[in-house]
Design a protein around this ligand. Structure first.
Ligand SMILES: Cc1cc2nc3c(=O)[nH]c(=O)nc-3n(C[C@H](O)[C@H](O)[C@H](O)COP(=O)(O)OP(=O)(O)OC[C@H]3O[C@@H](n4cnc5c(N)ncnc54)[C@H](O)[C@@H]3O)c2cc1C
Length: 183
């Protein structure tokens, strides 16, 4: 697939300025711009062809980021962070997870987030205390997360992911609460 980087600047210049201030003031996510950016092929360019993406790389992803941010960093981030965390799924996920979770990101049907930071674990990720414990074919994930980009906007995709996970043999259930600190 050809890389259409220059078009990303054209798209941003044509669409972002009109609503950028309003999005900032209302703290709103420009969902329609994200969907359109997906349709135009700007989102998830690093996702391989096997999983519905164009199979480009992170360099191209960075170039699109640069062009979007030239026009408006807030909207640029909102749109392109929609795949945040999927890099790890592509690198370390099972085939089943990749097939289920990656194509919807390219099509504009899902938004991901990566919940790494915890109230007492920022830069030092070795202090993370959230644990996923396998219990009877499921995982109980117990912990507290903070600063999760897309933690609010990803709600519909969480429903989708929950649905997808239900279809997978090893289901995941969520039991979030504040865990006891390690001594
Ligand atoms: C807008 C925004 C979005 C974010 N989105 C996400 C997200 O989607 N998912 C997620 O998991 N997290 C997210 N974060 C969290 C972000 O990754 C953390 O803020 C980051 O890991 C730093 O952690 P901290 O704020 O606890 O700072 P700390 O780790 O407490 O660091 C405080 C200060 O100490 C410095 N410092 C830390 N360790 C060292 C060291 N060893 N040597 C020298 N200096 C050091 C740091 O540079 C910093 O200046 C987001 C944060 C922001 C602001």
């Amino acid at each position: 697939m050809d890389f259409h980087g220059p078009l990303s600047l054209q798209y941003a210049e044509g669409e972002f300025p009109e609503i950028a201030r309003e999005c900032d003031q209302k703290e709103e996510f420009p969902g329609h711009l994200w969907k359109k950016a997906c349709r135009l092929g700007f989102v998830g360019v690093f996702i391989k062809e096997d999983y519905g993406g164009p199979g480009l790389g992170f360099f191209e992803h960075c170039l699109i980021n640069e062009e979007f941010w030239r026009v408006d960093p807030g909207i640029g981030l909102s749109i392109l962070a929609a795949t945040f965390g999927s890099e790890m799924i592509q690198l370390f996920g099972t085939e089943e997870q990749k097939n289920a979770l990656l194509p919807p990101l390219v099509k504009g049907e899902a938004i991901t987030g990566a919940a790494i930071t915890e109230p007492d674990a920022g830069s030092d990720v070795t202090s993370v205390i959230t644990r996923a414990i396998p219990v009877e074919g499921e995982y109980i994930i117990n912990g507290t997360k903070t600063f999760t980009t897309n933690g609010t906007t990803a709600s519909s995709s969480w429903k989708r992911i929950a649905k997808v996970l239900k279809q997978l043999p090893s289901r995941t259930s969520w039991e979030l609460g504040r865990p006891k600190r390690r001594s």
